[in-house]
Design a protein around this ligand. Sequence first.
Ligand code: PLP
Length: 392
Amino acid sequence: MKPNKNYKELKESYLFSEIAKRVAKFSEENPEKQIIRMGIGDVTLPLCDAVVTAMKQASEDMGRAETFHGYGPEQGYDFLREKIKDYYAENGISLDFNEIFISDGAKSDVGNILDLFDKDNTVLIPDPVYPVYVDTNLMDGRKIVFLNANEANGFLPMPDYGVSADIIYLCSPNNPTGAVYDREQLKEWVDYAIKNEAVILFDAAYESFIDDKSLPRSIFEIKGAEKCAIEFCSLSKTAGFTGTRCGYTVVPSELEFDGFSLNKMWLRRQTTKFNGVSYVVQKGAEAVFTKEGRKQIKENIAYYRKNAEIITSTLDELNIWYTGGKNSPYVWMRCPDNMNSWEFFDKLLTEIGVVGTPGAGFGENGKEFFRLTAFSTNEKTAEAMDRLRTLF
Ligand code: PLP
C-alpha cells in the first residue's frame, strides 16, 4: 500500500492547540483572572424554538411505523429543497430543484467537490483564508496560487488577468476578514472566470449576516454566475446548526466543462458516496425557513450583530484599522503598535485576559492582523472591549 504522500505537504495546524496551550498556562498561573473568549468561531445561542419543535415532531415520526423514514434521497428531501428554492427566489434567483443539494454542512461539500476536478488544475486561493480550501487541495496535490488580500485592497482581492486559474475560491462575507464583495466586484470575478473557463467555488456560509441590501448574498445574483459558479451555504451560523449539521450546495445545470455537466457529476458523486442528511435534521432545517423560524433566527443574528457593533465602535474610538463587523460576525483588526499577531495575542491574554485569534493562523498576509468574533454574549463582549480601552 502506498499512502497519499501529499499529506506530507500539510502544515500541522498549531493555531487552536497553541491558543489553548497558552490560555491554559495563563489560567493556571492566574486562577483569579476571568478570561473572555473572543476567538471562537462557534455559535453560543441555542437552536430556536421553531427548530426544536420541528425536530421533536420529526423524532416522533421516526418512532411510528406509518411515518418512519429510512434512507432518504441523497440530495435531500423535497420539502427542504422547496424551501431553499423559495429562499433564493426572494433574491430574484430562479433555481431548479435539481440544482439544490442538501449537505451535512458546508465544510464537507467544500472538500468533497474536489472529486469533480482533475488534479492538474491550478487553484487560486485568497490569503488570508479559511484553511480548509488550502488543505483539501494540498491533499490532492493541486498547484495553489495565492491571491494577495491586504489592507490596501480592503482584504477583497480582485482578478489579475496575468494569472490563469482553473478553480477560484471566494468567500463573502469572509472568514477570517469579515470583508464582503459588492456586486461590481463579484461581476469582475464572474467575467474573469468565464474568460479563463474556470469555476468559482463561492462560500456563502455567512450570507445571513448581510444587512446592507445593496450587497449580494449569493453569487447567483450576478449575471453569468450560473455558467461558472458553485455555491456553498450552511445553517451553522445562520441558525446555530454547528452541532446539528445541515447545509446546502447549489450546482447549476448550466455548468459544463469539456462536455461534462458538473451538476450531473455531483449528483453521481453524492448518490455514490453520500447517504443524505437525517430526516430529523432536515425537518429542523425546514423550520428555519418558515415564517416563525425566520423571525427567531433573525433575533439571534441581531444579537450577534450587536456584539459586532460593540467591537467595531470600540475600534473606531481607539482609531484601530479593521475590516468586517458590518455585515459579518468577524472583525479583522490591525494589531496596534506594529505588533505581530502572536505578540498581540499574548498582550491581550496576559494583560486583560481576552482571547482572540492571531491572523497568522490564516496565512502569510494575516501576520499583522487579529480576528475577533461576535459569537460571545453581549455582556462579555462589552466587558472585553472595556478592558481593551484600558490598554490603548
Ligand atoms: N465555510 C466557512 C468560511 C466557515 O468559516 C465555516 C465554519 O466555520 C464553514 C464553511 C463550515 O461550515 P459548516 O459548519 O456548515 O461545515
